[in-house]
Design a protein around this ligand. Structure first.
Ligand SMILES: Nc1ncnc2c1ncn2[C@@H]1O[C@H](COP(=O)(O)OP(=O)(O)OP(=O)(O)O)[C@@H](O)[C@H]1O
Ligand SMILES: [Mg+2]
Length: 268
């Protein structure tokens, strides 16, 4: 199995009002090409910090990253910016409200020099279709879409530039449970179809069960446990993981059954 990303001994300190906050403490893990690695942990455990370092939004205080076997510096080359993409929790804040959906998608294609003008118009429509939206949506503004539709646009934008690794930071946390199930199903399909690799950050362990091949558990900046999803759930080694699994938010039985049905055959 090919190693896509390696995170080696990464630490990150922030200074807050003269006080040192250790957001990450010697974190190391690998991400294999084609897998979905979930990162879980309580609020403040360092999940978004590692995401931001992987995206090159800021650098680590110490430690290093490699991508496809080469060093991944904080100052990213165009090729690395294209290869590693982010999908955030709130697509309203990541989509420009004054730009139509089509213009946002075209911009992603322009930035990465993908195709000529005619290709880009066609690609925009194909991308919308690929994420299950009608191509007529290209003329709409983000505010005219529902939360689930906007998240589909954000996913389309992350895919526009033929990315390899998509970092998803709580991508379905703001969606209600049924919309969440449909978006998860779409993410799974796109991953298989395009051979994508995901780092999927979430609070929701039922989402992890649905989509992740492996899980990394963070506690106060440390990676305390990492393993195959089923094995980790069946036999958590670390007391923190056991507590986390014990604290799974309760969805109603009805919701859980509906969600499972959508994941299995695509309709509720
Ligand atoms: N830009 C920043 N400046 C100062 N401190 C920060 C910054 N970003 C994160 N931190 C601190 O680093 C720690 C880890 O934060 P991080 O955002 O990575 O947590 P998280 O696991 O993503 O939490 P959540 O589940 O709430 O999103 C926290 O103590 C946080 O306050
Ligand atoms: Mg976060």
């Amino acid at each position: 199995m090919t190693k896509l990303l390696s995170v080696s001994d990464v630490s990150k300190e922030f200074a807050v009002n003269g006080r040192k906050v250790q957001a990450l403490d010697n974190v190391s893990f690998d991400v294999t090409k084609g897998e979905c690695l979930a990162i879980v942990g309580e609020s403040g455990s360092g999940k978004s910090t590692i995401a931001n370092i992987i995206l090159g939004i800021y650098g680590a205080t110490s430690g290093s990253l490699t991508f496809q076997g080469n060093a991944l510096p904080t100052m990213r080359s165009k090729q690395h910016r294209r290869a590693i993409q982010l999908v955030q929790q709130n697509p309203l804040s990541s989509l420009n409200p004054r730009r139509s959906i089509g213009a946002s998608l075209r911009l992603a294609l322009d930035v990465h020099d993908i195709g000529n003008k005619a290709d880009r118009a066609r690609r925009t429509e194909e991308l919308l279709e690929e994420v299950g939206l009608p191509k007529e949506f290209r003329t709409r503004s983000p505010s005219a879409l529902s939360g689930g539709q906007r998240q589909r646009v954000a996913i389309a934008r992350a895919l526009a530039c033929q990315s390899e690794l998509v970092v998803l930071d709580e991508p379905t946390s703001a969606l209600d449970v049924l919309v969440q199930a449909r978006v998860l199903k779409l993410l799974k399909e796109l991953k298989d179809k395009r051979g994508l690799t995901y780092i999927f950050i979430t609070h929701d362990l039922s989402v992890v069960r649905n989509i992740a091949d492996r899980v990394a558990v963070f506690e106060r900046g440390k990676l305390v446990e990492i393993g195959e999803t089923e094995a980790l759930f069946a036999n958590p080694q670390h007391s923190y993981t056991r507590r986390l699994i014990g604290a799974v938010p309760v969805v109603s039985r009805e919701e859980a059954v509906l969600r499972d049905r959508i994941m299995e055959n695509g309709n509720a």
